[in-house]
Write a protein of this length. Structure first.
Ligand code: ARG
Length: 458
């Protein structure tokens, strides 16, 4: 068995401990980053004069073969392959002989694993960013196509004021756009290089870390070796990012679950994203949305679990840090799947514009009635009270507010005139919200244009 650390040990490791200590079953995901990182390291060693150019070429060549074996799924694990770093070095030795033993000069798995993790995460972040932008594009496209569909806007889940359905869609898009921007900003903090810091104290071989950074596509080097091997803020930050993004997904899912009930009937999920009941033949369940909502909990768990581990770890590397991988990997898999399902659900959803429209009852225009009086010079606090009295009057008479006559309204305030009937029109209400940010058509189209420009530029 080829261990990287056997020299000072005489006793055997408990087989259970061997298994307990190993991370190969999951960190093999990072094989590509590990091989590429090692290739650059071999070149940097040659550049520093620690190994010859031929030796470096042999190592790079051998590492290419190791990488290929993983890619072709022909890599065979051997007993003692504790983690991806150990496995790759062991295999390299088998392929190129004793020169493989020179690769790890001045390097530790501590700076190596931190580098692999950052490289792996960087790849995944760029994939997630593309998926997220597709979702935003679907929101924008739907908003544009369905710009004139009106629906009730809710606060406290009670009917509040008429809004455009497109305005709601763009509110989701805005959250996800902020998530995408946050991810870009995160990338800047992620993309700094730990390699060349050794176990903790630094590298003694005048290694050109700037060269390493440039070879590996990092924008800078981490300027402190202790921090380089110790820091997992990039894991914590990614897990928070995932949690926040998933909370946006979850709230979106919750809205649509409610809107898809027979009681609302505003939206209908495509068959592709619904499931049936094994018992009740009539059922069509929004399982996709429920899983989106449910999986947000799982991702918060990844974050909370990791934070609990992280907070107690003394400076530099401690094995607790191996516990960074599973939550990170899980969060990446979960959010990638969730964002793609969200895109699928949203792009295939059908809406029932008539039902949305039918839910717009005149009492949702009580605010507009108050605003009518404001425009006639009545102070808002008074108008609010008067409109409230109009709501009560209609309630007492068991009629719709729109059925109150001008005379009825005049009993509440003398400023009501025949033109007050124009209030009972939801289109008028939404079109009145012209201040930027409001639900008027023009404001919605401005948002659409802005998001389109952003998508095209990013
Ligand atoms: N598998 C380890 C991890 O993921 C690699 C680093 C091991 N370093 C050490 N000093 N034992 O954290």
């Amino acid at each position: 068995m080829s261990r990287l650390w056997g020299g000072r040990f005489t006793g055997k490791t408990d087989p259970l401990m061997e298994e307990f200590n190993a991370s190969i079953s999951y960190d093999c995901k990072m094989y590509d980053a590990d091989c590429i990182g090692s290739m650059a390291y071999a070149k940097a060693l040659a550049k520093a004069g620690i190994i010859t150019q031929e030796e470096a070429d042999t190592l790079v060549d051998g590492l290419g073969k190791v990488q290929q074996e993983w890619a072709n799924k022909t890599f065979k694990l051997a007993p003692g392959d504790e983690d991806i770093h150990t496995a790759n070095e062991r295999r390299l030795g088998e392929l190129v002989g004793s020169v493989a033993g020179k690769l790890h000069t001045g390097r530790s798995r501590n700076d190596q694993v931190a580098t692999d993790m950052r490289m792996w995460t960087r790849e995944e972040v760029s994939k997630i960013s593309a998926i997220l932008k597709e979702l935003i594009a679907v929101c924008v496209k739907r908003a544009e196509n369905e710009v004139d569909v009106l629906m009730p806007g809710y606060t406290h889940l009670q009917r509040a004021q008429p809004i455009r359905w497109s305005h709601l869609l763009l509110s989701y898009a805005l959250s996800w756009q902020n998530d995408a921007i946050r991810l870009e900003q995160y990338l800047e903090r992620l993309n700094v290089l730990p390699l060349g810091c050794g176990a903790l104290a630094g590298n003694p071989f005048t290694l050109d870390r700037e060269y390493l950074a440039q070879q590996l596509g990092f924008s800078d080097i981490i300027p402190n070796s202790l921090s380089a091997v110790s820091d997992r803020d990039f894991v914590a930050e990614f897990l928070f990012w995932t949690s926040l993004t998933m909370s946006h997904v979850s709230r979106f899912a919750e809205d649509l679950i409610i809107y898809s009930t027979a009681e609302f009937g505003f939206v209908k999920l495509a068959d592709a994203y619904s499931t049936g009941s094994s018992l009740m033949p009539q059922k069509k369940n929004p399982d996709s949305l429920e899983l989106l909502r449910g999986k947000s909990g799982r991702v918060f768990g990844d974050m909370a679990g990791f934070m609990m581990t992280y907070k107690g770890v003394p400076s530099t590397y401690n094995k607790d840090l191996q516990e960074d991988k599973e939550p990170l990997f899980d969060a990446v898999t979960t959010i990638s799947g969730c964002l793609q399902i969200t895109t699928g659900v949203l792009s295939t959803l059908s809406i029932n514009a008539e039902k949305m429209r039918a839910a717009l009852t005149p009492d949702m225009l009580a605010t507009d009635l108050a605003e009518y009086l404001v425009r006639k010079g009545v102070p808002f606090r008074e108008t609010h009270h008067i409109a409230g009295a109009a709501v009560k009057l209609a309630e007492d008479r068991q009629c719709s507010m729109a059925d109150l006559s001008v005379e009825d309204l005049k009993t509440l305030h003398a400023a009501f005139e025949p033109d007050v009937t124009s209030i009972w029109n939801p289109e008028r209400s939404v079109e009145n919200r012209t201040t930027p940010g409001g639900t008027s058509r023009q404001n919605v189209m401005t948002q659409v244009e802005k998001l389109k420009t952003w998508l095209a530029d990013s």
